[in-house]
Design a binder for this molecule. Structure first.
Ligand code: ATP
Ligand code: 6CM
Ligand code: CA
Length: 572
């Protein structure tokens, strides 16, 4: 925060200002629309005059941003005291007119915690006035959700979803006066189908899923499909512009990978996610639609992986009983198998102003690349992209045209629409991919030795560049298509056809899927039934209760620091 912003903050009209007790000291507490501030009582008259408009170097100023307050409530502070005579313990009400303000505090590794600060009033009327005024102010923050629909998958990850929600999240929602409808799912696709057909979406301000990436995917499918059917949009048309979803989605992580939660908040911590939901954060996100010929298959928001990640998933699905460690087991097994797959990839590269997957520009809170992507996306709707391809098709060749075509033997083909950072891979499959730029990073890992492939995989877990290897190439794309080579050896594309448009049409229609010798696509942790697929990125189709990964804030000569574990202080 800039100093000028601080002065703007303190310059707001005062809503309430009285003397209260804080930790046995008298303090002057003031609330305005943006901050709740309080000052230690200081001996001299001059220092006592410290007010919102005057920052004195030696005065002890504390403030909380209203936007970071969870809620205020009346509290009882009791203490066990021992009777002098009989030595029996009894409870004594220490301060009869106490109230607690809960607020968000940032801790290590992007984790947030809910902290309390307790004030004591002179009488009940003063206490009620404070609690009501603070909560009224919070209810004016229209971005905050008031009613949420919550789906809990009781079988995610280590099967702790229900416990995590009840013990760690529900108490915070209740402090924030959020009302909830909670549904514990009874089978796979329960949440998806409920959202598609049964829910009155106008009755809630957001949908929360408690579980892993698969549970999030269910909610995305339910909401996106519902939005399209309500707007009479046909999802089977691969180049159709889709209607963005109105409701935001919150993720309380309780799964095995939790890649979407980790990539959008910087951690997989249920309390942090609950606080992002309470604050009413909003993070737009791209969604890929996946089609086989002209039939819609699925949506994807994180990884579409053929070859290695497809095979890991196929193997691990048979070992669900192992919990999250199934991925380690199947990962090692798949690595040892060292299978490669032949096929053709055609893709439409993204515009140059959206950077490239190796430019070291990380997607962080308020990302400017995502802003550019949204603007480009408005100019390049589905029809426009087609038109552009058509206009250029005569001029371009298959090698360097609008659509590019690459044929080869691949150990893995991965499309990462976001970094796919997760605890297993803290920087992710594509560390500089963006959450909401309308593109996906297409990573082609060609046939290589086991040792080289291992070096590539290990770089997902450390800081080395996994793309700096001769057999790996990566492209930022808006659309792509893949056709596996047929087991009978027929080439799937006639490369004498050099028009980008023609090639892409051939790639997606020429050959029906033949299971022999094919891998499966891993689509956000679900196996797809077809190997030949067409993928289009839909820019910012959904929004999450998140704000992207936050930068660590630094100040030049002034620092805001957390003191006494409860509030912020201003130090020169
Ligand atoms: N009640 C249920 N019974 C069985 N399966 C369910 C139920 N509710 C949801 N599912 C399915 O369970 C699958 C896995 O759930 P989820 O993604 O939450 O956990 P995970 O696989 O452990 O985590 P991750 O996806 O992060 O690896 C999802 O595909 C979802 O459709
Ligand atoms: C010798 C073995 C080396 C292993 C190298 C480890 C590299 C880890 C990279 C992890 C990338 C995760 C990408 C996210 C994919 C999710 O959409 C999906 C659903 O949750 N998870 C998996 O498919 C689970 C995929 C798990 C893969 C191990
Ligand atoms: Ca993206």
């Amino acid at each position: 925060m800039l100093i000028s912003e601080f002065f703007i903050m303190v310059d707001q009209p005062t809503l309430l200002s009285t003397q209260l007790f804080y930790k046995n000291r008298v303090v002057e507490v003031t609330l305005n629309r943006v901050m709740l501030g309080f000052w230690k009582e200081i001996e001299t008259r001059r220092k006592r005059s410290a007010s919102f408009n005057c920052i004195s170097k030696d005065a002890d100023h504390h403030f909380l941003l209203v936007s970071e307050i969870v809620g205020a409530r009346e509290t009882k502070e009791e203490e066990d005291q021992t009777n002098k005579d009989g030595g029996r313990k009894h409870r004594v009400l220490l301060y009869p007119y106490a109230f607690t303000v809960s607020y968000t505090e940032r801790t290590k590794h992007h984790c947030w915690r809910c902290k309390d600060i307790i004030f004591h009033c002179l009488d009940e009327a003063q206490r009620q006035q404070w609690v009501q005024t603070i909560n009224n102010q919070l209810s004016l923050l229209s971005i905050r959700p008031k009613r949420l629909l919550v789906y809990i998958n009781p079988y995610s990850g280590k099967q702790r979803g229900k416990w995590i929600y009840e013990q760690r999240v529900a108490p915070l929602f209740s402090r924030a006066s959020i009302s909830t409808d909670v549904i514990v799912t009874e089978s796979a696709n329960h949440a998806r189908d409920h959202l598609k057909t049964e829910v009155d979406l106008k009755q809630c301000d957001g949908v929360v899923c408690v579980g892993g990436d698969g549970m999030f995917s269910e909610v995305v499918h339910g909401l996106v499909s519902r939005t399209q059917s309500d707007s009479r949009v046909d999802q089977n048309q691969p180049n159709q512009d889709l209607v963005p979803c109105a409701l935001r989605i919150g993720i309380i992580p309780a799964g095995s990978t939790d890649c979407i939660c980790y990539s959008t908040t910087g951690t997989n911590d249920p309390v942090t996610s609950a606080l992002h939901i309470i604050m009413g954060d909003s993070q737009p996100m791209d969604v890929c639609s996946v089609h086989h010929n002209n039939t819609f298959l699925r949506y994807s928001v994180s990884l579409l992986g053929y070859g290695f990640y497809g095979d890991v998933l196929t193997d691990s699905e048979r070992k669900r009983w192992m919990g999250p460690s199934r991925y380690d087991f199947s990962g090692l097994k798949t690595f040892l198998t060292h299978q490669y797959y032949e096929g053709t990839v055609a893709f439409l590269p993204a515009e140059d102003n959206l950077g490239n997957p190796r430019d070291k520009i990380k997607c962080m809170t308020g990302c400017h690349i995502c802003e550019l992507g949204a603007n480009n996306g408005q100019l390049l709707s589905g029809d426009h992209v087609d038109k552009m391809a058509e206009e250029n098709s005569d001029k371009e060749t298959s090698g360097d045209g609008v659509w590019r075509v690459i044929r080869g033997k691949f150990l893995a083909i991965n499309a990462a629409s976001m970094s796919c950072a997760c605890p297993r891979s803290p920087r992710g499959l594509s560390p500089y991919a963006h959450l909401a730029d309308g593109t996906t990073d297409l990573i082609l890992v060609r046939k290589a030795s086991r040792l080289d492939f291992l070096r590539h995989l290990m770089r997902h877990t450390n800081k080395d560049d996994q793309f700096d290897m001769s057999f790996v190439e990566v492209h930022r794309v808006r659309r792509f298509r893949f056709v596996p080579k047929q087991s009978n050896g027929i080439s799937e594309v006639d490369l004498s056809e050099t028009s980008g448009k023609k090639i892409c049409n051939q790639v997606c229609t020429a050959h029906p899927n033949n299971d022999t010798g094919h891998s499966n696509w891993n689509c956000d942790g679900e196996i797809l039934p077809h190997a030949d697929i067409q993928v289009s990125v839909h820019c910012q189709l959904i929004r999450l209760f998140a704000r992207g990964v936050e930068r660590r804030t630094t100040f030049d000569t002034y620092t805001w620091s957390v003191i006494e574990g409860s509030s912020l202080s201003w130090q020169a």
